[in-house]
Design a protein around this ligand. Structure first.
Ligand SMILES: Nc1nc2c(c(=O)[nH]1)N[C@H]1C(S)=C(S)[C@@H](COP(=O)(O)O)O[C@H]1N2
Ligand SMILES: [Mo]
Length: 305
């Protein structure tokens, strides 16, 4: 049987409506629903993969991560995040838009549908991977929210909840300032490659990869691809992103993948693809130069790094 996200969502809704009118109380029904294990599989349009990228394995992508809210270690977040509750989960949509609201992840899926995007992913630290993400392009959500003329940037914020994220519970002794914040210029945010992911490999995201909903910007260093989103706000001025706040000499706002501009402490010319022993060349804009270079025409990419 072919179940679309829409039908799944509608079925749940009907179930809830019926429940409210029937003998069973609606609270009993929602308790029941909360206890049911969530269906992890997703229905989506497959990527035609024009670039013929070969994806890293599910095991590789889910066992080597960066998620400081759990730990600065690459593997520790896998175990530390296993009990993370990702349903229900809503995202606040606010700022310079006509349609301010809060939407559940499943409502977003039902509204915008799901497609697959097989993208290169390059961490600023010099490792990379290829991921078959599932989600929807951010412009669909932005169009729906009706930005006003003051909306010049999009600001993204990760959930702040020390009961989920042990590093947030350490307060001033945490490894970075929380909540984690990222930002994009409006034209970057509206670019058709900019993606909101809710899954990979046909299933919902695992907690360690930023469940239940994250940003993916394939031509920028991985730290721009902020995880476990709590808020998306349209704002007038450039948001101060977490890594720029942390170390402005090493991390900027744009963070476009650029083999010609080294990190102050290491070269960015090469990268190690997960699972490979030898390094490969890093591509300008991570291989998406043709699609995105025009966004930065006339900008000094050494200054706006
Ligand atoms: N909230 C949050 N988002 C985050 C991070 C983080 O520590 N916290 N790490 C970033 C970095 S540095 C990278 S490389 C990617 C890693 O994504 P992955 O763990 O799914 O590979 O997530 C980015 N998003
Ligand atoms: Mo990263």
């Amino acid at each position: 049987m072919h179940i679309t996200p829409e039908t799944l969502f509608e079925t749940r809704r009907h179930f809830l409506k019926l429940g409210a009118g029937a003998l069973v109380s609606s609270t009993a029904i929602s308790q029941l629903l909360a206890e049911l294990p969530q269906d992890m599989s997703l229905s989506y349009t497959p990527d035609i993969n024009l670039q013929k990228l070969s994806s890293n394995t599910f095991e590789q992508i889910t066992n080597y991560v960066n998620f400081y809210e759990f730990s600065t270690d690459k593997t520790a977040p896998v175990k530390l995040s296993q009990k993370m509750k990702t349903t229900p989960w809503s995202v606040g949509l606010s700022g310079e838009i006509n349609k301010k609201q809060t939407l559940e992840v499943d409502e977003l899926i039902a509204k915008f549908g799901l497609e697959e995007r097989i993208y290169r992913f390059r961490c600023v630290e010099g490792w990379s991977m290829v991921v078959p993400w599932i989600g929807f392009p951010l412009y669909k959500l932005l169009d729906y929210l009706e930005p006003n003329s003051k909306a010049k940037y999009v600001k993204f914020t990760t959930k702040h909840d020390p009961s989920i994220f042990p590093d947030q519970a350490k307060g001033i002794f945490s490894s970075i300032n929380y909540p984690y914040v990222e930002g994009l210029r409006m034209d970057e945010a509206r670019h058709p490659l900019t993606f909101i992911a809710v899954g990979m490999y046909g299933k919902r995201l695992l907690p360690q990869n930023g469940a239940p909903i994250r940003l993916v910007v394939p031509w920028k260093y991985g730290f721009k691809s902020i995880k476990s989103l709590d808020k998306i706000e349209l704002v007038e001025s450039e948001p101060l992103n977490t890594w720029q706040e942390q170390n402005p000499k090493e991390y900027g706002f744009y963070a476009n993948v650029n083999p010609a501009v080294d990190h102050p402490r290491w070269t960015q010319a090469k990268e190690r693809l997960l699972g490979k022993l030898t390094k490969q060349d890093t591509l300008p804009f991570n291989g998406y130069e043709k699609e995105v270079a025009s966004l930065y025409a006339g900008m000094d990419l050494r200054k706006f790094f």
